[in-house]
Design a binder for this molecule. Structure first.
Ligand code: ADE
Length: 227
């Protein structure tokens, strides 16, 4: 998979060069590219913003640099998915990550200020699948941190990125429930004991206990996830 992120702060994406995603890039399982939007400006000050028509607080990102960057990045065969991190978008979920992990090319358009001129997306919707996606019901200063979170959630689902693919099966949200609590050695720590059932070798009992814990935890903190 190839992932591009258009941003005025390419430095944010240095985090993708470390750990599992860094390895995945070295192994050419994913190709990642942070693209500086200011490279597509033509004035001395490399201007990317302007005041909004109709008034209102703050500045908006001008369409011209975005248009030129997307002219360079969108695949002519229409296979690119253009993802716009925005608190006004659909909610990003594990199912969204699973769907996007199947795609060949993702471009993240990371806006700053009050966002990007709407015509950029209206224009691009003929050339790519355009998705406005929100990380949650809160507001960040720009799209970069949201893009990083989405890229990590998506990339780890691509075969070859995570060594132990089994660890993807039992984690939170993979089956609609939150993950059960986990323990390692020592068996007693600060007078707290690892539950007895986990110390015996009865796999059916362990699976039953873990499922009950998942349901109880989900009921307690995320009842909205239960049917
Ligand atoms: N940009 C600003 N806030 C955001 C959010 N909650 N999700 C995605 N992108 C954002």
């Amino acid at each position: 998979m190839r992932i591009d992120a258009i941003t005025i702060f390419p430095e944010y994406f240095a985090a993708l060069d470390i750990s599992l995603l860094g390895k995945a890039q070295e192994n050419k399982v994913i190709e990642f590219n942070a693209v500086d939007l200011r490279n597509y400006t033509h004035d001395k000050h490399k201007t990317v913003d302007d005041s909004p028509y109709g008034g209102g607080a703050g500045m908006l990102m001008k369409p011209e640099p975005w248009g030129e960057a997307l002219d360079d990045l969108l695949k002519p065969d229409g296979s690119t998915v253009l993802i716009v991190p925005s608190p006004a978008g659909e909610l990003f979920k594990q199912a969204t990550a699973q769907e996007l992990a199947q795609k060949e090319h993702l471009v993240f358009a990371c806006g700053r200020y009050e966002g990007i001129d709407q015509r950029v997306f209206d224009w691009a919707s003929d050339k790519a699948e355009v998705r406005l996606i929100s990380l949650g019901d809160y507001v960040l200063n720009g799209g970069e941190v949201a893009a990083l979170a989405m890229i990590e959630a998506i990339a780890r689902l691509i075969p070859g990125v995570i060594g132990n693919a089994e660890s993807l099966v039992e984690e939170s949200h993979s089956d609609g429930l939150l993950e059960y609590p986990s323990y390692t050695k020592p068996a007693v720590w600060r007078e707290l004991e690892v539950p007895e059932v986990l110390r015996g070798g009865n796999h059916a009992e362990i699976a039953k206990w873990r499922h009950e814990q998942s349901v109880a935890r989900t009921k307690a903190v995320r009842p909205d996830l239960l049917p």
